[in-house]
Design a protein around this ligand. Structure first.
Ligand SMILES: Cc1cc2nc3c(=O)[nH]c(=O)nc-3n(C[C@H](O)[C@H](O)[C@H](O)COP(=O)(O)O)c2cc1C
Length: 416
């Protein structure tokens, strides 16, 4: 008997037939266009992310979206009230079109490129900014949109009148049957089901759709629950598990149980195409199991997994909402602003303060100082070779992709 590998399966999405490997979105340019393009070139699906798209555009295309916004609101920097610090919707559209459009122009191969869209980036005007982000991505030719972080109960409605609403591949990320049921119920009248559902378990990187009791949940169990429900409702929607799928063998176990594809991310954080700085990639390689924690310093309200030595943890920098401001809620509040203000008041005259309970997530993600990662990051060192200088050899995205695609059992192929 020969052991099965991922390549024995295919993901069917409408007219497309794909290698059933999806590289998940990793916010603020960790899943770069280069990484997503590799996935598409190899016949799978890659994600770019539209988190902090103006910053990302500036870095990629030498535009000045951030500088311009900061200049406009410079007078407000010392003010803890950010209610008036708004995004210019025209500029937001321009940045999204650039980021998405230039990526799509470069696409080769038979795979697809999706954009990961976090609803929790409320940008001081949740509906308006989300509508612009979604429609600009569709205008710029994105193959699909994965709606993440937030329940997105109204996101389909925001796209309803777009000419590509029924042709683009639109999917959601959920971590429970309940969240899926809410979404389906809320959107029933649109007569447009999601084209795919990513079921993200508690071992994923980034924000978690669980509370601090995440360890009590299991991805296989949640998948089975959702599968039973869809079957009972006679809904045929591809299910895509994510979170802790570390080897081709792990992926095959899900595919044999009816998953349409798998979404993976952590193994790609140590590839050359990944946007993290080289030094940070070495931190990911070096990490041991007890160097990783799930904490609540994210201002989104969701727990987040990260390396304990992330410079973001305990940092007490001045908020940068005039330049960034992606996490301001509809009234211009962010839990970091109040935490920062509290510490400033408690330590009068001190130059450098520390804020322990929250972090200035925009700034920290922008500067690659919040080292978010999946639970199995501590196994990355087993996926490569040690170099003479003590460091670890970076991998190519193609190497990792092919390892998922062709390896059997729990084997991991090392680079040459
Ligand atoms: C560094 C990193 C950043 C991430 N950022 C995001 C994000 O911005 N949005 C999102 O929906 N998921 C994010 N994720 C989750 C991944 O897209 C993916 O679903 C998950 O990490 C898969 O599990 P794995 O990392 O164990 O393979 C991130 C994951 C990592 C490792």
């Amino acid at each position: 008997m020969t052991m099965k590998c991922v390549d024995d399966f295919r993901l069917r999405l409408g007219k497309y037939e794909l290698v059933p490997i999806i590289i998940g979105g990793m916010g603020v340019d960790i899943s770069t266009a280069e990484l997503a393009l590799e996935a598409a070139r190899l016949g799978g699906i890659g994600h770019i992310s539209d988190a902090m798209v103006q910053t990302v555009a500036d870095r990629r295309f030498k535009t000045h979206f951030v500088k311009e916004k900061l200049k406009k609101y410079k007078h407000n920097v010392a003010d803890m009230n950010k209610a008036n610090v708004m995004f210019d919707l025209g500029r937001l559209e321009e940045a999204t079109r650039l980021h998405v459009g230039k990526t799509m122009e470069a696409k080769q191969g038979s795979g697809l490129i999706f954009v990961n869209c976090m609803e929790k980036l409320t940008m001081n005007a949740p509906r308006e900014t989300l509508r612009v982000r979604l429609s600009a991505a569709l205008d710029a030719g994105i193959d699909g949109i994965t709606l993440s972080a937030g329940l997105h109960l109204g996101s389909f409605t925001l796209m309803e009148n777009h000419p590509r609403f029924r042709d683009a591949k639109l999917g959601i990320i959920v971590s429970s049957l309940r969240a899926l049921q809410l979404f389906l119920r809320k959107n029933a009248k649109l007569r447009r089901l999601p084209d795919f559902i990513v079921v993200e378990g508690p071992l994923a990187g980034g924000h978690l759709g669980f509370g601090m009791d995440w360890a009590q949940y299991n991805l296989h169990t949640i998948m089975a629950e959702i599968q039973r429900y869809l079957q009972a409702e006679q809904l045929n929607i591809p299910l895509i598990p994510a979170g802790g799928i570390f080897t081709g063998g792990d992926a095959v176990a899900f595919l044999e149980n009816g998953a349409a594809a798998v979404q993976v991310a952590t193994r790609f954080t140590v590839t050359r195409e990944c946007g993290l700085p080289a030094k940070v990639k070495q931190e990911y390689f070096k990490a041991d199991e007890d160097d990783i924690e799930v904490n609540t310093i994210s201002t989104t309200g969701y727990p987040m997994r990260m390396l304990k030595n992330s410079p973001a943890i305990g940092s007490g920098i001045h908020p940068n909402c005039e330049a960034f401001g992606y996490l301001l809620d509809g009234a211009g509040n962010c839990t970091y602003i109040s935490a920062y203000h509290r510490e400033v008041m408690a330590h009068p005259g001190e130059k450098k303060i520390s804020v322990k309970d929250k972090t200035c997530l925009c700034t920290q993600m922008r500067n690659f100082n919040c080292w978010t990662c999946g639970h199995y990051t501590y196994r990355l060192k087993d996926t490569t070779r040690r170099l003479a200088d003590g460091g670890y050899q970076l991998l190519s995205a193609a190497h990792v992709f092919h390892d998922y695609q062709f390896s059997t059992e729990q084997k991991i192929k090392l680079p040459t």
